[in-house]
Design a binder for this molecule. Structure first.
Ligand SMILES: Cc1ncc(COP(=O)(O)O)c(C=O)c1O
Length: 488
């Protein structure tokens, strides 16, 4: 035994028997002890190290209890050969092979579908016409900071910190029922409401809970691409339904379609509003064919002429409508907070699904949001933001009409303007060239079921871009468009 390897340090505060036990453990693991020879007797080792026999015996006892060494009758203490098997790395050592992840990772059914390609560092560009983002300057920082702080005082602290298992913050649910949903014409009881991590989670939970492999989901064409990904991942087949200036064109019937995803307030991505006639027609068709409708009401308050249309869920006969709302557009998408309104039976099941995925949204954020709604700041922010966005919408529309070689007549709502150019305009190329001039725009082809046949559309978001950057941004865009459309 390489006894010199064992060194005992006094005055470290670590008991000597423990130092000895660790040192012996290390000797065994590193193979320094010959397993065929007995360990030195406690007397021998104690003398060698200048410690008491008791100390050595205690260390040996612990090693024996842990299975590092064993006592062989009349022969003494030996390293346990069983332990050696686990510790030794000899010829039997498994050769590390690379994992073939491509074989292990389950292939998603939406692998071939295009994805919304966001310019991730959009905030570094001078003209960010991005969709789905907000201007950080218009976020109510002080009011939110106060709400977060208040949520840490009793009686709120408990709800901010508790593990709610499958429950939501009752104050937030109550605030939604009393102060938010009625603005959309929706009357709901608390057991009809589920708090989500944004509409995206609502779509995912609904897809998982309501769809069976091979079920058909009706989607708007063009339409919200992320919803198509989610339903397709849930195993559904997609049935694209065309959209015109009055929203989704109702098909003769909805037979065979188990779920229909709609954005009636402001269609995504064109912003047209689903006409009241079509709303009623779709509700009747859904009734006839037992189709469920998801109303994705992501930015309803942003209406710049007239007042917002009430939700589809507010119409009589809307029992089969599942309503999705979000705080992403009115406050910020990074908060990841939204809500879902449906029948109590469905809510119970969604709650249970959510429990085994994420449990619930952050208690602290939920409580802060309920305080923000209760103290009126939430509605003040929505009103302020609506006024800001209205100004930006006018500025963008006017500068596009003054600048572009063709006229546009965008619907008066939403947080983006959808532009359809002449058929020869390739928006994929346009987006690439515009970016080189500091202008971030979104290509529009990917929102169609047939992207190749629809390359002349693009989208300009105006929630994130500063007001003063709109005109110069459009001027830059026009230069790119003009060179692209010049006859060669
Ligand atoms: C059609 C549609 N629904 C919902 C959302 C919001 O999703 P979330 O609430 O998950 O942020 C968006 C955001 O881009 C959207 O375009």
């Amino acid at each position: 035994m390489g006894r010199t390897l064992i060194s005992i340090e006094r005055g470290t505060g670590e008991p000597i028997y423990q130092q000895l036990r660790k040192a012996l453990e290390h000797e065994i693991a590193s193979g320094a002890l010959n397993p065929r020879l007995p360990l030195p007797s406690s007397r021998e080792l104690a003398r060698e190290l200048g410690v008491s026999r008791n100390t050595v015996n205690t260390a040996y006892q612990e090693l024996q209890a842990e299975g590092f060494i064993e006592s062989q009758p009349r022969r003494g203490l030996f390293v346990n050969p069983e332990m050696l098997k686990h510790l030794e790395y000899g010829e039997d050592e498994p050769v590390a092979t690379a994992v073939d992840w491509s074989q292990r990772i389950r292939r998603s059914p939406d692998a071939e579908m295009p994805e919304i390609a966001k310019v991730r560092d959009w905030d570094r560009y001078p003209y960010p016409f991005v969709a789905g983002q907000v201007d950080a300057e218009s976020f109510p920082k002080l009011a939110w900071a106060r709400a977060l702080r208040d949520a840490l005082d009793p009686p709120h602290l408990h709800y901010s910190l508790r593990d709610g298992i499958d429950e939501d913050d009752p104050l937030l649910v109550d605030a939604l029922c009393r102060a938010v949903l009625p603005t959309r014409g929706i009357e709901a009881d608390p057991e009809q409401v589920l708090i989500t991590l944004g509409s995206q989670q609502g779509l995912d939970l609904l897809g998982y809970t309501l769809l069976r492999p091979g079920d058909s989901v009706g989607v708007e064409d063009p339409g919200y691409l992320d919803a198509r990904h989610i339903f397709s991942r849930a195993g559904a087949l997609l049935t694209p339904l065309r959209v015109d200036a009055s929203g989704l064109i109702p098909p003769p019937d909805l037979h065979g379609i188990s779920l229909l995803h709609l954005t009636p307030s402001h269609h995504s991505p064109t912003n047209v509003t689903l006409s009241i006639g079509r709303r009623k027609q779709l509700l009747a068709l859904a009734q006839q064919s037992d189709t469920l409708i998801i109303e994705d009401d992501y930015d309803s308050e942003f209406r710049y002429q007239g007042s917002p249309t009430p939700a589809l869920k507010a119409l009589p006969g809307s029992e089969r409508v599942i309503y999705l709302g979000t705080f992403s557009k009115f406050l910020a998408p990074g908060l990841r907070l939204g809500y879902l309104v449906a029948s109590p039976e469905l809510i119970r099941e969604l709650r249970s699904q959510r429990r085994y995925r994420v449990r619930h949204a952050s208690g602290h954020l939920q409580r802060a949001m309920s305080l923000l709604i209760e103290n009126g700041q939430y509605h003040r922010t929505v009103r302020r933001r609506r006024t800001q966005l209205q100004r930006k919408w006018h500025a963008l529309r006017e500068s596009l009409n003054e600048t572009l070689p063709w006229r546009i007549d965008p619907p008066p709502g939403g947080v983006s303007i959808w532009v359809s150019g002449p058929p020869e305009l390739d928006c994929v190329e346009l987006a690439r060239r515009a970016l080189a001039r500091g202008v971030v725009i979104e290509r529009g082809d990917i929102y169609f079921a047939d992207p190749a046949a629809n390359r002349n559309h693009f989208r300009l978001g105006f929630a994130a871009i500063p007001h003063e950057a709109i005109r110069p941004g459009v001027a830059q865009l026009r230069r790119v468009i003009t060179t692209m459309l010049e006859p060669r």
